[in-house]
Design a protein around this ligand. Structure first.
Ligand SMILES: [Zn+2]
Length: 237
């Protein structure tokens, strides 16, 4: 029993270490994905704002063309006014001029508003653009670092698992089955018990059971957390 239990302790140590590495292996892609998500969100913000600027600039261009044609009209209207022969004709020409001048003034005000919008959107874009650039470069560095880290962790994991087969071959099948069942939920699945306490869950072990544990004649589990327990003397020669 003693040897089997020792092998179980070794196996459990190996698995707990491998599990620690597995957690890190899982954490790295998750962290990268979070960074990628942040970059995508910024990219979409910047592209929406850029499209808004392009749209507003197009409107400024249209306004320019519109103003040119109104100025054209103003010139023609002035020429017509100069040729007016009666008071009525002259009044009509004056009214026409007035209305064209007003439409030019309105158009210029509108153009100014559009220009302000363009410039405000542009300056509001500075911060997100800078953040995007920074986050992209950080992401790139993180991706390179992650590749190296993943490789190192995989190598570490393999190294940890060396000898696992040898330990598990020393354990009786039913004990191994119990252990395998426990380790899916508990890490570590095998723990020491000292001072009549299970170090897995910190619950007290009744004195009678603790004596039994010390004798090491059977495989024992903590009655609270179900972990396989052993007395510290087991690992000392
Ligand atoms: Zn326990």
């Amino acid at each position: 029993m003693r040897e089997q239990l020792r092998a179980l302790v070794k196996l459990s140590e190996i698995d707990a270490r491998a599990r620690g590495v597995d957690d890190q292996l899982k954490g790295i892609p998750a962290e990268l994905e979070e960074r990628r998500g942040a970059v995508r969100a910024l990219e979409s913000l910047v592209s929406r704002q850029t499209a808004a600027i392009v749209e507003a600039e197009k409107l400024v261009g249209q306004q320019d063309a519109d103003l040119a044609s109104r100025n054209d009209l103003l010139g023609k209207s002035k020429a017509k006014g100069a040729k007016a022969r009666t008071m009525r004709e002259s009044d009509a020409a004056e009214r026409e001029l007035e209305s064209i001048r007003k439409s030019i003034k309105d158009g210029e005000a509108e153009k100014e508003r559009l220009r302000e919008r363009v410039s405000a959107t542009r300056s509001a874009l500075d911060a997100p653009e800078m953040a995007l650039e920074e986050q992209r470069s950080d992401l790139e560095k993180a991706e390179v670092a992650a590749t190296a880290r993943l490789e190192a962790l995989r190598a570490e994991r393999q190294e940890i698992l060396v000898g696992r087969g040898e330990w598990s071959s020393q354990i009786a099948k039913d004990h191994l089955r119990l252990y395998d069942r426990l380790r899916t939920k508990l890490s570590p699945a095998v723990v020491e018990a000292t001072a009549e306490t299970c170090l897995g869950c910190r619950m007290k072990i009744p004195p009678q059971r603790f004596l039994e544990l010390q004798r090491c004649n059977t495989l024992m589990q903590c009655s609270f957390c179900n972990r396989i327990i052993y007395h510290r003397d087991l690992m000392q020669d």
